[in-house]
Write a protein that binds this ligand. Sequence first.
Ligand code: SF4
Length: 426
Amino acid sequence: MNAPLHRGVCPGLSAPLPTGDGLLVRMRPLGAMPLAAFSRLCALTAEHGNGIVEITARGSIQVRGLSAASAPRFAADVAALGIAAQDGVPILVNPLAGLAPDDIIDAATLAAELRRALALRSFTAKLSPKISVAIDGGGGPNLDAVAADVRLHAAQRLADQVLQISVGGDAASATPLGCVAVGDGVEAAVRLLDVLAKGGRNARARDIVASEGVARFHFAVADLVLGGTTPNFPCRPTEVLAAHRLRDGSYACGIALAFGHADASMLQRLIQSTEQTGARGVIAAPSRCLIAVGMSSDAVSDFIAAAQRLSFIIRPDDPRRRIIACAGAPFCASGHIATRAIAPRLAETAAQLDAGFATIHLSGCAKGCAHPEKAALTVVGSPEGCALVADGSARDAPFAVVATDELPAAIANYAREPNKREAHHG
Ligand code: SF4
């Protein structure tokens, strides 16, 4: 029986969290990491941890397999690399903030101001560790697909830049509160986070909106909200896996880690190849991506070819991108199924399915860490086997439970005939 562990904590380097595979640490780098520093970080992962580097849905870097003895050494060695990283409330910005030619505002600068303001507020200690803020400066790739408790989205309104603020969701599902001046963005975010802190240690914006509406959030920022029309923001996630021209004329290019993790040695080999392209750094980006920045246009194809040779994901339609998997057993002590071992087989199944059959979420248990939202199909590890949930989350009721070996066939059946899902009851 897997012992329940204390969860809901986002462990920084100095606060490792026990998992099924030793201790886990998470870091949130700020901007581009120099290639040599990232390569050394990968090497340290193998020296002190299990040699696997994870990039999460929010673009954090996770390392597992540390011990009580190795975790402090790992933290000290990483600190010596001088990689800028954020602590406190996670604040996400466009991965190319400050570099993209289409930035309306520099989201990285606004995020730094917000971090400074929050460092002075004691209420942040009362926030749920899951709380996050997304600041979208308007430049691509955007954050539309990333869920956050508080969102600030830059827009041009006639001659002025404004921030549309919203709470509890991704760009499509968050509840809008109106527009504020860019200069009031920090104050608006602080007040909205204060509302969340007053809601208790587990309060999330999405849950407050669902249970009592948006009045408390509206009230908190009412005097900051500008009159006049509110720009319309269609939710239009932009693709990270592409070449992006930067403001200085150089290029960035994104690749993804299959199922969100990669061997440190493979990443080091990728960095060796990346050095030959003239790139100056890499950015850990949302959706489990890594973006090399500062290449010439001619070098982009070399970078993509190197990433492909090393089995990284280079195309948005790669079927591995349709599978979202958490660490699962044995890496997480709560996992009932070996999600990382199963994921490649499900990707083969997904490759046979209609492209319209979207995301399959593979979750080691009902917690659903890797994808709290709904998925077309969610596979949940349970003591009885793999529970299948249609168009729901890992916490929803399954329509069938099957053995791991039966998963590919059960998924193919379901994808072909979703309306007959009752036929699959185990
Ligand atoms: S969802 Fe996955 S990573 Fe999260 S607790 Fe369960 S098994 Fe562990």
